[in-house]
Design a protein around this ligand. Structure first.
Ligand code: COA
Length: 429
């Protein structure tokens, strides 16, 4: 260990258009995320992909003795919030510090600087995917979406007679050519459910272009669902694995991504994957915790749920802006005191949702104002981040000692924030 004064090392920015600089910067997350070095013949492609991925984004980090030792990346994206659709979010990624420079405050300096900038530029929300759960609570991020992995016994899946059916047809398509149709389906899907995050064109291109380090594997297939007019309204991307025990099939399929505009297309896509010849088990990861599939089956136990993991962590950068960005199903009035050690979202806020203002869609805009009134509920920025998309219970957080208030006030907060769909984000970034 060196006697490093990390505070003396200045934060620096990288021009994302400078491919050489990006490649040097990208070495830090490669090491910190335990990725192998690219083989010499792959180095150029690796550098090209890294530069393509960060085009137009904000890259920063720390240099020590002429070498990058810490990195941080953020970019403007869109996050779907309850009732209001997509709103701007400061998305954070590529957070890494070389093992030689860890635990000297470099992450803290990088994240403080970026969140301050994002707040000054008008962002009310930031979001990230945490590599390890204990890192980001201290920086005001809370778990806002969860995902579950599934394992389905394909042979015991029979759909109930009342399960909706799509009116269109299914078509196997090449990913590289069909990605714009997939992107359109995904875009409609992510706008319709809290937690949805925009996927940039580069995201799709790198996933569907053969040969790249982020590309779909050689065993992957894409099935598109088209409605009666021929427009794509659902898709499943899955890969297959062949395995036999003697002459008995143990073949499996893994759903990598599945989105549909309605329950009929959704059922058709699952039924297709579950009835592939030879396939006995279908697994899926990063699925919503309220996945519809078990409800459509005669035997819901054919779907076994695996680990439920946190996925998207959300941080309010401005308590008033964050609470005003979404809309509400439940009505009421509450004073919330948001405690934020970093300062950005610390405030006392009057949240007033008036039933008279309820829209035809059943959602109501809140009046959110700063106030000097005594709070009904006191909570941290991380807890507000966890609550904003409706996926975390205020009552549960209060029972855990993380939200303070009378039982009545906490119940009211819970019912005001509740949503009918669990928030879901299946998009890695
Ligand atoms: C996680 C990582 C970025 C932390 O960087 P760092 O410069 O060591 O972090 P800091 O020194 O600024 O730590 C700030 C605080 O977070 C804590 N912390 C940092 N990493 C932590 C971890 N992995 N688990 C628990 N606490 C952690 C520190 O102990 C410190 O706590 P304090 O507020 O009580 O002082 C770095 O260790 C790393 O690159 N890890 C591997 C890659 C990774 O996981 N990146 C995150 C991707 S989301």
């Amino acid at each position: 260990m060196t006697n490093l004064d990390a505070g003396a090392l200045p934060l620096q920015e990288v021009d994302p258009a400078d491919a050489g600089a990006v490649a040097a910067w990208r070495q830090v997350p490669r090491v910190a995320f335990l990725e192998p070095a690219p083989a010499p013949q792959d180095e150029d492609r690796w550098a090209r992909e890294a530069a393509e991925r960060v085009a137009g984004q904000r890259l920063s980090g720390v240099v020590d003795a002429g070498r990058w030792v810490a990195t941080y990346r953020s970019f403007d994206s869109q996050l779907t919030v309850p009732g209001a659709g997509p709103v701007p979010v400061n998305a954070v990624s590529s957070v890494s510090v070389l093992p030689t420079h860890r635990r000297r405050g470099l992450l803290r300096r990088m994240i403080d600087a970026d969140l301050r900038r994002a707040r000054e530029q008008g962002h009310a929300l930031a979001a990230l995917i945490a590599a390890e759960a204990p890192i980001y609570g201290r920086f005001g991020f809370g778990v806002a979406t969860a995902s579950v992995s599934l394992s389905v016994d394909a042979r015991s899946c029979r759909f109930r007679p009342d399960a909706p059916r799509g009116s269109g047809r299914l078509e196997l398509v090449p990913a590289a050519a069909a990605w714009p149709e997939l992107a359109a389906v995904h875009d409609a899907s992510r706008r319709a459910r809290p937690g949805g995050l925009a996927r940039e064109e580069t995201w799709w291109r790198q996933w569907t272009r053969p040969g790249g380090s982020r590309a779909l594997g050689a065993s992957a297939h894409v099935v598109l669902h088209r409605d009666a007019t021929g427009v794509a309204d659902g898709y499943a991307v899955y890969e297959v694995a062949e395995e036999w025990a003697g002459r008995v099939s143990r073949c499996s399929a893994r759903v990598l991504d599945l989105h549909a505009a309605d329950a009929g297309a959704y059922r058709d896509l699952w039924e297709f994957v579950l009835s592939l010849d030879w396939v006995r088990t279908v697994t899926a990861k990063d699925r919503p915790v309220d996945e519809l599939l078990p409800l459509l089956l005669e035997d819901p136990r054919a779907v076994q749920r695996g680990a439920v993991d946190d996925f998207l962590w959300v941080r309010p950068l401005d308590a008033v802006g964050a609470l005003a960005a979404r809309r509400y199903r439940g009505c009421g009035t509450l004073v919330l005191r948001v405690v934020d050690p970093q300062g950005a979202a610390g405030a006392a806020v009057l949240l007033h949702v008036d039933a008279q203002r309820c829209g035809q869609d059943g959602w109501t805009c809140a009046e959110v104002t700063a106030t000097t009134r005594e709070p009904d509920v006191v909570l941290g920025a991380a807890e507000l981040g966890a609550l904003l998309l409706g996926g975390t219970s205020a009552v549960a957080l209060a029972r855990a000692g993380r939200v303070a208030g009378s039982p009545e006030a906490v119940r009211r907060l819970h019912s005001m924030l509740a949503t009918e769909q669990e928030p879901w984000c299946p998009t890695w970034f």
